[in-house]
Design a protein around this ligand. Structure first.
Ligand code: ATP
Ligand code: MG
Length: 424
């Protein structure tokens, strides 16, 4: 046995209590925000059959090619994968339980996602997303709704430096025409392509446009544009969305190179980006995926969704100076002696009955050392019980941030503490 301490898996973070306060607050804000648009929570397993992601995300994508935590269940031979994203699971659940039978659905989920990437700031192997999906909505009004929602959330979170990039990928026929032209274009310049581009040339040429390789930028600039292939319906959809965004005063930039790393998108795609996070500047990304439901075995239905990266958002909130309001605990109960201890635990329960957050000191020690704990707990008030107080069924109430200690009956304790707390 080695006595080295065991460390967490690389790229998978502990979120310690001090930091978790910001997470909890973020989650509260997000929950209220989603409720205000009528979105309902759905919770899927963290593990799914590997085939689901291969089919939904696409075989020739970064995620499926090299980022998935896939394994064989050694007990029964099942091929399983830790979810790298939520859309595929969400759609699977909706189909499995026939949720689209009666009405379209506005849904959201949140939780950890897993991708085997090179860990760096803003890029982890276990990271967290809040995902929002609207299923059964075809029109651009839903595209606008989701984008407006995001804009509202950034305001609530105090983020100002985020901008919206927008593009349309058109429908399947336009993409097929474009694909053929892209392949023809890149085939002419085979020797200028890097290894990845060569590999993707016939399987997923659209992704070559996404390449960050400086040596290929000129070639990419000169490539045939999807815009020129778009059908009338897709164009009308895209321009209606733009009109709606303008009417609501949401600024956007059209980025023809925005193609997204997953195969299932069509028509509208968007990303919210910031310059504050270096290369990891996308905080939220999504789009339409009208073909996905059919692709994984459902009756065809249009759909649209987005996911935001919680870690990246929290860094921005931190930088914007956003701090969770409030403090963790109201009262710390200090006690010494057998009689006092019995009373102290009753008193602590009484405080909780009165909706106060109370810590009962555990582990004994002198009054002085207990008061130190009370101090560092951040409590506004301490309740001190010695044998003297206990005999009289009384307690001493001491405001921690200045003010006089008061001795009161257990009966009057709550009222006294509440006046102290109100003064803070
Ligand atoms: P990127 O281009 O940064 O790799 P992506 O296109 O792979 O992002 P999506 O699958 O669209 O990302 O996920 C939506 C959001 O989730 C991203 O915009 C980002 O904020 C966040 N995200 C994605 N991968 C990670 C990761 N490994 N660590 C932390 N956050 C991530
Ligand atoms: Mg990625």
């Amino acid at each position: 046995m080695s006595n080295e301490t065991v460390q967490a898996v690389r790229g998978m973070n502990d979120i310690l209590p001090e930091e978790a306060r910001l997470w909890l607050w973020f989650e509260e804000v997000v929950r209220d925000w989603l409720a205000s648009y009528g979105y309902r929570n759905i919770r899927m397993p963290l593990v799914e059959p590997t085939a689901l992601f291969k089919r939904a995300i696409g075989e020739v994508t970064d995620i499926v090619e090299k980022e998935m935590y896939s394994f064989e269940d050694s007990l029964n031979g099942d091929h399983l994968t830790l979810r790298p994203e939520g859309t595929a699971s969400c759609v699977r659940a909706v189909l499995q339980h026939n949720l689209l039978y009666n009405a379209p659905q506005r849904l959201y989920y949140s939780g950890p996602m897993f991708r085997h990437e090179r860990p760096q700031k803003g890029r982890y192997r276990q990271f967290h997303q809040v995902g929002v999906e609207s299923l059964g909505f075809a029109g651009p009004d839903m595209d606008a709704e989701q984008i407006l929602m995001c804009a509202r959330l950034w305001k609530k979170l105090g983020l100002s430096d985020v901008t919206l990039q927008l593009n349309t990928l058109g429908d399947a026929d336009a993409r097929h025409r474009h694909r053929a032209k892209l392949i023809a274009h890149f085939e002419q310049y085979q020797d200028l392509l890097d290894e990845e581009a060569k590999r993707r040339l016939h399987s997923n040429p659209l992704r070559i446009l996404d390449s960050k390789n400086p040596a290929m930028q000129e070639l990419i600039e000169a490539a045939p544009k999807l815009m020129n292939e778009l059908g009338d319906d897709a164009l009308a959809h895209f321009s209606a969305l733009q009109d709606m965004l303008k009417r609501h005063g949401v600024a956007f930039e059209i980025n023809p190179r925005l193609v997204r790393g997953l195969d299932y998108y069509n028509r509208t795609v968007f990303e919210w980006v910031t310059t504050r996070l270096g290369a990891q500047g996308t905080i939220c990304a999504g789009g339409r995926y009208d073909g996905l439901i059919e692709q994984i075995g459902g009756k065809p239905a249009p759909a649209m969704g987005f996911a935001m990266g919680v870690e990246r958002l929290l860094v921005l909130m931190h930088e914007a100076g956003m701090k969770p309001p409030g403090y963790d605990v109201d009262v710390y109960v200090v006690h010494q002696g057998e009689l006092a201890s019995t009373l102290a635990s009753q008193v602590a329960e009484r405080l909780r009955d009165g909706n106060l957050r109370a810590i009962l000191h555990c582990g004994g020690g002198s009054f002085k050392s207990q008061m130190k704990r009370a101090d560092s707990s951040g409590a506004l008030v301490s309740v001190v019980i010695g044998d003297d107080e206990a005999q009289a069924n009384e307690v001493s109430v001491k405001p921690m941030r200045g003010g006089n200690q008061m001795r009161v009956s257990v009966q009057d304790m709550l009222a006294t503490i509440n006046t102290f707390i109100k003064q803070e």
